[in-house]
Design a protein around this ligand. Structure first.
Ligand code: Q46
Ligand code: ZN
Length: 312
């Protein structure tokens, strides 16, 4: 197998592009692809201040690293869900990257605020951990972005995440979410713009990029992701991809084209008002997060730890 660019020994097969590349040409290819997505969809501009949602996994750490390599000075935010060793190790990996990049890392601790981790909170509230986790993460990231003056929040969602979520939305006809899964969600209601620069990059590509750049990430997935439906959809899509390479990318590209048309057709969004406590957008008088804080916060305020790496 020869590298399509230099003709040397290829290490990475990319059947979806009918190609194979050596390590260094793969890194260049991957970076060019991400930077192409950023330009094509106007994800980031020179004047933007970017915050990357960092989980300690390969996608988010690779994204943080890559954005800085491309010249976007991006900081990170980590949310400590209080899941035993998993959360601890993830924070260690995130700090290592902050040191390597010499960038700030903000962190928010659930246990520090609610005296309980996500699992206990979910059990008491009789909610699935992932749904509660989603509510908390969205709020905390929005809050950190606006509070510290970041105009863009970038997440490491990759092609496989997006294709499986899309498949799930279609299988269950969740029309309220169907057209809101694009590469970019423009700033609204005073919140930062959300972007997904890895939208067209597969999980395998992100893992290869992490490996080749010696990015040390947490290998285990969050224990709650096991058994999640998205894993089933991912494996189904991978089986299709094995037989018919480039299906996933065509699925998402087709979606993006149609999503644009659907959004511009102007689906009426339910009017959002503001939370009377924190002023953030909410469908009810008091937002879910403030209600949670009232119930479990014991008077605690939302606070972030800021890790500023010392000079190497
Ligand atoms: S939602 Fe669920 Fe993830 Fe939160 S509880 Fe873990 S698996 S981290 S993306
Ligand atoms: Zn609120």
């Amino acid at each position: 197998m020869k590298c399509r660019v230099c003709g040397g020994q290829a290490n990475i097969r990319l059947p979806q592009y009918n190609s194979a590349l050596c390590a260094s040409d793969f890194v260049a290819f991957f970076e060019k692809r991400v930077s192409g997505t950023i330009t094509k969809h106007a994800l980031l501009g020179e004047q933007d201040r970017t915050l990357v949602a960092v989980s300690g996994g390969k996608d988010s750490l690779s994204l943080w690293y890559l954005l800085n390599r491309l010249g976007f000075s991006a900081d990170g935010i980590y949310i400590d869900l209080g899941i035993r060793d998993y959360s601890h190790i993830s924070l260690v990996k995130a700090r290592q990257m902050a040191d390597r990049l010499q960038r700030r890392l903000y962190s928010f601790s659930l246990s520090g605020t609610f005296s309980k981790g996500i699992e206990e909170l979910a059990r008491i509230m009789k909610r699935p951990p992932c749904s509660l986790c989603g509510t908390i993460k969205r709020y905390v990231m929005n809050r950190a972005s606006t509070h510290y003056g970041y105009s863009v929040l970038a997440t490491g969602h990759n092609l496989d995440d997006e294709a499986s979520a899309l498949l799930g939305n279609i299988l269950h006809w969740k029309e309220e979410y169907l057209w809101k899964k694009g590469v970019v969600l423009e700033a609204e209601h005073g919140l930062a713009k959300k972007v997904k620069p890895f939208f067209l990059c597969s999980e395998k590509e992100a893992a290869a990029y992490a490996l080749l750049n010696k990015i040390d990430y947490v290998y285990e997935e969050c224990p709650h992701s096991l058994g999640a439906k998205t894993l089933l959809y991912k494996s189904l899509l991978n089986r299709v991809e094995d037989v018919s390479p480039a299906t996933k990318i065509a699925f998402l590209k087709g979606y993006l084209k149609r999503a644009k048309a659907e959004v511009s057709r102007g689906q009426e969004e339910k009017e959002k008002s503001s939370c009377k406590v924190c002023g953030y957008p909410s469908y009810s008088e008091e937002c879910n997060f403030c209600r949670l804080l009232k119930r479990f916060g014991n008077g605690a305020a939302v606070r972030f730890d800021i890790y500023v790496p010392s000079e190497p």
